[in-house]
Design a protein around this ligand. Structure first.
Ligand code: URA
Length: 431
């Protein structure tokens, strides 16, 4: 005779039949899964029922809390400084975390950032930083605190004990076609951010071909749900909806994106990366409730953000003087006519970069640190015949063919009138 208060199959049927789960039922379902009382196929069935039939706000908040309660939570109260973090839902060429964390720290607010690795066509912050020789993603809680205390910012991997229910359920969703559920994405992201202990949070919810959310409406729903969860949990949370129809900056790939981030920290870099970094920095400073000691534009120009970067990278073993890795092989593409770059599709660039070896197909795969793509002309810019458009980088020349197959579908040269419409970089702000 089972001593469990519920039967998994009955709770799956509740969601299957479009009914609401109670708080006690949610707590039990997630907890019992972590205790291995609920089988993988039962959690898979529940995830599919949630994807198909949704959850109301109360259910999502409780499902998130159950993830948080499955593991440890962190606190930065002994730092004595306000904390703020940023989370991006993922995009192509999205290296913003790299200049942003030291920039916000240089303006007086601490940034405890737990980041992830790339899967599929979107890159991961940890993979990018690992292209710096010696840099370590894995820190103990004590090491994380020490780096944050000494430098004002830390970027590292989440420990296995932070929201372990999400870790397992996310892996299951990946193989059961249940990733694209707003309640499940919201709970997954917000449980990790709340458990991480940040005082405030700015979400960068990407919209467009290179993002999870393909439409502004979907992105707005996801952002509103996550902002609600964060604020209910006592973490002051805001979201920006930002464009991911066109890739960010001029590079996609690990070491290539570190180099572009260094350009931004040196006061240069592509204008869209600079604008988004400064906009997010201002939101983080404002959301943290602290009056920043400096404006982010000044901190990029006067070298103080770069100083924090150097300290932060060195504190995690990174050799800031070492050259970044480069790929063994390159391939260049030149314009066969003159006109304008009328199309530059984020998804095509992301998939091509991934096929060159910058990303991984399975969690266990290694990435090539030097692989990726540079685009030398931006969307809508004029092009002369013979001008260099792209440089592809990989360690294995055999990868060029499949990368080119997708890249050639992702750009076009035409007349000024044919330039495709694009989303504004900052689409909306949800508070
Ligand atoms: N990122 C996460 O951490 N979880 C999701 O469900 C989707 C993106």
């Amino acid at each position: 005779m089972s001593t469990e208060p519920f039967a998994a199959v009955e709770l799956i049927a509740v969601k299957r039949d479009h009914n609401e789960l109670t708080d006690a039922q949610i707590d039990w379902f997630v907890g019992a899964y972590v205790r291995n009382v609920i089988a993988e196929e039962q959690m898979s069935a529940m995830a599919m029922a949630i994807l198909l039939n949704g959850m109301n706000r109360r259910e999502i908040v409780r499902w998130t809390k159950a993830y948080i309660d499955s593991g440890d939570t962190m606190s930065w109260s002994t730092l004595g400084r306000p904390t703020s973090d940023k989370h991006s839902t993922g995009g192509v060429g999205d290296k913003i975390t790299l200049p942003l964390a030291p920039l916000v720290a240089a303006c007086g607010v601490s940034v405890p950032q737990l980041s992830g690795r790339g899967l599929g066509h979107t890159g991961g912050t940890l993979d990018k930083l690992e292209s710096i020789p010696g840099w370590r993603a894995k820190l103990s809680n004590e090491e994380m605190f020490a780096v944050l205390n000494e430098t004002g910012a830390v970027i590292c991997a989440a420990s296995e004990t932070l929201a372990p229910a999400d870790r397992r359920i996310y892996a299951l969703r990946d193989v059961t076609a249940t990733v694209e559920s707003i309640p499940l994405i919201s709970a997954s992201i917000m449980s990790k951010k709340i458990a991480e202990g940040t005082g405030s949070l700015v979400l960068d919810v990407k919209v467009g071909s290179g993002a999870f959310m393909k439409t502004v409406e979907q992105a707005r729903e996801l952002a509103t749900t996550m902002v609600g969860i964060g604020n209910d949990a006592g973490v002051t949370t805001r979201a920006l909806l930002t464009a991911m129809d066109i890739p960010l900056g001029r590079t996609a790939g690990n070491a290539l994106e570190v180099q572009e981030s260094l350009d931004v920290l040196s006061g240069g870099g592509p204008s869209d990366v600079v604008e988004l970094t400064i906009t997010l920095a201002r939101e983080m400073l404002d959301t943290s409730g602290a009056k920043g000691t400096k404006d982010p534009t000044t901190a990029l120009q006067d070298g103080s953000a770069m100083d924090v970067w150097r300290k932060m990278i060195s504190a995690q073993g990174g050799d800031i003087g070492a050259a970044l890795p480069t790929s063994k092989e390159t391939h260049e593409i030149f314009a066969d006519s003159e006109g304008y770059l009328t199309k530059l599709d984020a998804l095509a660039i992301g998939v091509a970069s991934w096929r060159l070896g910058a990303g991984r197909a399975r969690k266990e795969d290694a990435v090539q640190l030097g692989a990726g793509i540079q685009w030398h002309v931006g969307h809508g810019e004029s092009v002369t015949k013979g001008q260099k458009l792209f440089t592809l980088h990989t360690d294995e020349a055999a990868r060029f063919e499949s990368a080119l197959e997708v890249l050639t579908t992702g750009f076009a040269i035409g007349s000024h009138a044919e330039i495709s419409d694009r989303l504004p970089l900052i689409i909306d702000r949800i508070v």
